[in-house]
Every structure is written in structure tokens, then in C-alpha cells.
Design a protein around this ligand. Structure first.
Ligand code: PEP
Ligand code: MN
Length: 647
């Protein structure tokens, strides 16, 4: 049984709770679980739970129906987010761990770390102590290997995870690693679990090759009960009768764990299938099934690897896998977490100075438009984390003002929907705010719901409120009903407006918005997924204020490596061929244009501005020439920013 204590409980009240339980023969253990302080009570004595719940300082009592308690979702309903150095695992992010099976030399681990980081891995893996089936196989470099790994991790600002195989080594390894891995073969080595758990560091717990899910969760329970609060589960294939793959990846373990436990679960497709060309498919399947991340073996020269070469990806295969995960992430409502980039030099002479730790510049608040539960707020959480401090703005221009004045360090602005097209108001704002730059981009899958008060039903509704884009995206559904449509400035505001109506009116009003908006305002989802086409995505850009005229800091965790996309706006003179001249400047230098849109110039009838998005070339400097040339051939030229584009 777990007693969750109220925040800021007094010493006296805690003492009373302890005494109450001890008098009844329970043995107690105090610890933290996520943000909560708890008392774990073990024993068989009968107890009046109601009486315990009423004691001052008791927030909640969780008497679970499962043999695992700390790991159970009955104890903690929200998802636990595990922190490993600057990296978070769980919630709405996908975190990828990559590296070689074993550390083989300083050069090998450094080279692999550089390659996997460049592709977007956020944690470096590598075994220094290798549990091998054969006593004659390479056993790892031991503590020396761990030192090599630490050096590589520090050099590239990546936390590291490495396997601990015996309780004797655990304490010595503690200061060198950021996360311990308990390997599949040791999942039920209870002395090891107790020892490692007591060290308090994050632990990656592999599933044993023949362990049931319950046994696996009980091993997690050992770790949590021994003192660590950060456990990530890792499915890595179980032993079945099948022999074509090394093990059988138990994909269904992911949704089962999600239902049973609040702990993050990742998948190791490398050890699961054991064959290089099948690793990526298995990894993508795991992400599609809801895994919070992957751990993948990558080696710069797999054929020369001292262990697990046949299942290690070439860096180019890993790069491809990361791109596929990035494309898949919005489908499952997640965002691929990337290593914060450090002081990248951009083309066009714009610098993005962000510290390696990814600390936020200016105000730490992030502005979004709309009310709690808005899609923009979801996009914000994807880009900056669930607990990012935020500033809700009631209009898009208010959001630009907040970023310009510095009351928000960044803003999250929708610019385009895959079904309904550009959000022109925001494109136009970039021209009114020349000191604001685009510094990042992300794509959010939009699943619209019909939301109403619990007293409403499809046949009581007369009016539906939403943003005009919401109506456009749900046209086929709305065409079936005779409802009056009322436009609001934001989908979440439409949801909030229902509660301002009288009780009599409430059953007659519905709103179209995301499920999060229904949750935020305590309303009911009458129908989910009412958008005409499920391939419905909104592209958001992250904006920031330029410092010293041209320096705009990039948001942390919005893409590693160089910017690969830029946005510009220009007008051209009113004569034949002036637009084609500008487009030719780009094509002559091999610049791929990904979007071209014209907008009327305010106050100048029948004259237009051209909005252009381009892919940036790999070669530094090439784009600078294009910008210089374009400036000479256009009439009004604005560079909106260079950033890491979402796929
Ligand atoms: C490993 O990750 O290097 C490893 C040995 O994995 P497992 O314990 O899953 O076999
Ligand atoms: Mn391995």
C-alpha cells in the first residue's frame, strides 16, 4: 500500500501517519515517486483505509490490485517522465538512445557518438562490461571503456547509459555514467536491482528473455523500492520457438505496459531481431505502437565490430531511421526529441547562440495563442516540454507583441494546415514585425472532436463553434447536420465559451477542437476524429526576437545540426519575367523551393508579395550568395529565418 503525502506536509503530520501505520504492524519506507512524497507500507494487517485517508497530510491512499505498487498506474495515473541529465524520456516525446554494442576504443566510441548525435540521438549507449553467452567472447573494456564513454559523452554533451553486470561494480560506476542499464540476463538479479536502485540514478531495465510482463514490472518495483525514482522499461525481444530472428519482439508489451504502469517504455529493436536489415522496421513498429523511444546499436564499421556486428546499423541506416521516426511521430501524437544544438553558424550570417545545456534565452515563457487546451499549446509542449512556462495570448498580434517586448522568449505560431492551407494573418504579421525571426518548426497532427456539455447529444445541438479552419477541416461531417456555425478566434476558446452559456442553452451548443481542450474545460467528447481527412497536420513555427538586429536565438531541443530550411518574402517589379528571374537565381544554385505563395500587398491593389520556403543546401555560404543576389532583383525583401524544418 502506498500513502501519497500532501505537498508541504508538516513533520508532525508525517509522524502521526507513520505512528498510525506502525501501530498496526506495517513496515514503512519513505521515498519520492515522481513529484510526490510517499510512504510505502508493507504488511498484511487489516486496516480501515477511510480512517487513514482522513489523517491530516494524506493526499491519497493507493491500495493497488497488482503485486507491483510503485510501478503501477493505479498509484500514479499520469505518465512518469524520466530525466537523464538534460534529456527527458516519456510523455509526448520520443527519445532515441544509440551507440555501439560495446565500447572498443576511445576513437570508436567518439566516432560513433558524433555520428549518432548528428542524426539526432539524445543519449549515447555502449557496453563496458559485456555479459556474453560464451566465456571466450569479448567481455568489454571494463572501467577503462566506461571512462572512454564518459569522455565521448562530455565532448558531445550527451548523457550516457551503460550496463552494470554485478553489484560490486555499481558504486564505482556511479559517477561515470548518467544512467545504468540492467541487462536482460540480469533482470531478476535481485541483489543487483537492490544495489543499483539504492544508488538513486536513472535505470534502463531490459525485459528478461523469458520474463512475463508482471515479472518485469516486479523487477522495476525492486528498483523503485530501493530508492531510484527514474526507471525506464525496455522491451528487447523474448524467447519463442521462432528462429529466423534472434528473439521475438513483443510489440503488444508496449500497450500492455502503458495500461499497467506509469513508467516510460522504450524498445531495443537491435537485440530483438538481431539482423541489421530488420532493425529499422521493428523500431518503427515500436514507435507506432506507442513506445517512448528506442535504443539502437550503431557502429561505424559493423563488420569489424567486436560484438553484435550483424545487428548494428551503419550510421547512414540510422540517419534514415531517424528521419522515418520524425515523419511518424506526429501520427502518434508525439515529437522526436533532438539534442539541443550549440551555437550553430547559419548561412546568411545569422547566429543562433544557445548554450549546450539548452537554457532558454530572454524570458523563459513561451507564448501561444488561445486558451488552455489549444492545439498551439500542444505544439508548445511538444517543442519545449509539458512543464514549459507559458503565456496564453488572446490574438496572434498579441503573441508577436509578447515576443517582441520580451515577456515571452519564444512564441508558437500556426502558419499552415495540410487541408485548409496557409494561415495568412500570421504570414502578414511577419512583415509588420521585422525584428521577429522564425527559429524552428514543428508539425502537429490535428484530430478534431465534437465537444459539448454532458447534457448535450447530437440531436440537441443547434450551434457549433470553432475557428474557421476547424470548420473547413471538418466540412464533410458538418454537411450532414443542419447546425449554425459560429466562428471563434481559437478552437479552445470555442470550447470555453460553452461554459459561459446558461444551463438551458448548454445542450444546444457544441465546439470543434482537440481532445485536450475538452479535458482542460471538463467537457465531453461526443465524437472523435471528425476531420474530413485523417492526414490533417498543422505546421507551427517557433518565433523569437532578433537581438542586435539579426541574431535570433534558437529554441533548445528543436533539431540538432544545421538549419535545413529558410523562409523569405519579397515583391518584384511589375514587368515581364521579374518573378522568374528571382526563381532562376535559386535554381541556378541548386536551391530547392518547397513552397511559393502570393499574397496581396495591403494598400496596393493587384500587387503581390511572394512567400517562399526553400531547403537549404549542405554547402555553407551557397545560400548567402542567393540572398545577396535576390536583394538586388527584388523590390521589398524580408528574410524570415533559417531553421531546422519539420518533415
Ligand atoms: C545490450 O544492450 O548491449 C545487451 C546486452 O542487451 P540485452 O541485455 O537486452 O541482451
Ligand atoms: Mn549488443
Amino acid at each position: 500500500m502506498i500513502v501519497i503525502l500532501s505537498k508541504g506536509i508538516s513533520v508532525h503530520d508525517k509522524g502521526m501517519i507513520r505512528a498510525f501505520l506502525e501501530e498496526r504492524g506495517f513496515s514503512l519506507r519513505e521515498q519520492t515517486l515522481g513529484d510526490d512524497e510517499i510512504i510505502g507500507a508493507a504488511g498484511k494487517a487489516a486496516l480501515d483505509i477511510q480512517e487513514l485517508t482522513l489523517l491530516p497530510g494524506v493526499e491519497r491512499v493507493a491500495a493497488t490490485s497488482k503485486p507491483f505498487e510503485l510501478a503501477s498506474r493505479e498509484t500514479k495515473s499520469g505518465d512518469s517522465i524520466v530525466t537523464v541529465g538534460p534529456v527527458k524520456i516519456g510523455g509526448s516525446r520520443i527519445s532515441i538512445i544509440a551507440g555501439p554494442c560495446a565500447v572498443e576504443s576511445q576513437e570508436q566510441i567518439l566516432e560513433t557518438a558524433e555520428r549518432v548525435r548528428e542524426s539526432g540521438a539524445v543519449i549515447l549507449r555502449g557496453g563496458a562490461f559485456k555479459p556474453r553467452t560464451s566465456p571466450y567472447a569479448f567481455q568489454g573494456l571494463g572501467m577503462k571503456g566506461l571512462e572512454y564513454m564518459k569522455t565521448a559523452g562530455e565532448k558531445l554533451s550527451m548523457p550516457i547509459v551503460t550496463e552494470v553486470v554485478s553489484p560490486e561494480w555499481a558504486a564505482q560506476m556511479k559517477d561515470l555514467t548518467d544512467m545504468f542499464q540492467i541487462g536482460a540476463r540480469n533482470m531478476q538479479n535481485f541483489e543487483l536491482l537492490k544495489k543499483v536502485g539504492a544508488l538513486g540514478k536513472p535505470v534502463l531495465l531490459k525485459r528478461g528473455p523469458s520474463a512475463t510482463i508482471e515479472e518485469w514490472l516486479l523487477s522495476a518495483e525492486y528498483l523503485l523500492a530501493s530508492g531510484t525514482r527514474d526507471v525506464v522499461l525496455c522491451e528487447r525481444g523474448i524467447r519463442t520457438f521462432e528462429t529466423y530472428t534472434r528473439n521475438t519482439l513483443d510489440i503488444s508489451a508496449i500497450p500492455v505496459i502503458k495500461r499497467l504502469s506509469h513508467l516510460p517504455v522504450i524498445v531495443d529493436p537491435s537485440h530483438a531481431v538481431g539482423i541489421r536489415n530488420m532493425v529499422s522496421s521493428a523500431g518503427l513498429a515500436a514507435i507506432a505502437a506507442g513506445a517512448d523511444g528506442l535504443t539502437v546499436e550503431v557502429h561505424p564499421r559493423p563488420d569489424a565490430a567486436l560484438s553484435d556486428g550483424p545487428q548494428s546499423l551503419y550510421p547512414s541506416q540510422f540517419e534514415r531511421l531517424m528521419r522515418d521516426i520524425e515523419a511518424l511521430a506526429p501520427v502518434v501524437g508525439k515529437e522526436l526529441l533532438r539534442t539541443p544544438r550549440a551555437g550553430t553558424k547559419l548561412t546568411s550570417g545569422v547566429e543562433t547562440p544557445v548554450s549546450a545545456e539548452g537554457t532558454l534565452p530572454l524570458s523563459d515563457k513561451i507564448a501561444f495563442s488561445g486558451e488552455s487546451g489549444a492545439y498551439a499549446e500542444q505544439a508548445l509542449m511538444r517543442a519545449f516540454g509539458e512543464d514549459a512556462p507559458r503565456l496564453a495570448c488572446s490574438s496572434f498580434s498579441g503573441l508577436f507583441d509578447a515576443v517582441l517586448e520580451g515577456s515571452a522568449g519564444f512564441g508558437v505560431v500556426p502558419v499552415e494546415n495540410s487541408l485548409a492551407g496557409s494561415i495568412h494573418e500570421n504570414y502578414d504579421l511577419f512583415l509588420r514585425y521585422p525584428d521577429i525571426a522564425i527559429v524552428g518548426e514543428l508539425k502537429l497532427r490535428i484530430v478534431h472532436c465534437l465537444i459539448a456539455h454532458e447534457t448535450a447529444a447530437l440531436d440537441t445541438i443547434k450551434v457549433v463553434r470553432s475557428h474557421s479552419q476547424g470548420f473547413a477541416q471538418c466540412k464533410d461531417f458538418l454537411d450532414k447536420y443542419p447546425w449554425r456555425l459560429e466562428s471563434c478566434y481559437n478552437t479552445a476558446a470555442a470550447v470555453a465559451s460553452i461554459l459561459k452559456e446558461s444551463e438551458l442553452e448548454r445542450p444546444t451548443i457544441a465546439a470543434i477542437a482537440g481532445e485536450a481542450a475538452a479535458r482542460a474545460h471538463g467537457l465531453t467528447v461526443i465524437k472523435e476524429g471528425i476531420e474530413t481527412n485523417p492526414l490533417n497536420y498543422t505546421r507551427f513555427v517557433i518565433i523569437s526576437r532578433k537581438n542586435n538586429g539579426d541574431i535570433a536565438p534558437a529554441p533548445p531541443s528543436m533539431g540538432s545540426g544545421k538549419p535545413n530550411k529558410a523562409s523569405l518574402v519579397f515583391s518584384v517589379s511589375d514587368k515581364p519575367g521579374s518573378l522568374i528571374t528571382c526563381l532562376k537565381i535559386m535554381s541556378d544554385r541548386g536551391i530547392n523551393m518547397i513552397k511559393l505563395e502570393s499574397r496581396p500587398i495591403q494598400g496596393q491593389p493587384w500587387r503581390y508579395l511572394f512567400y517562399v520556403d526553400v531547403s537549404l543546401p549542405k554547402a555553407d555560404g551557397e545560400f548567402d550568395f542567393v540572398l545577396e543576389e535576390l536583394k538586388t532583383k527584388t523590390e521589398d525583401f524580408h528574410f524570415l529565418g533559417a531553421y531546422r524544418g519539420a518533415l
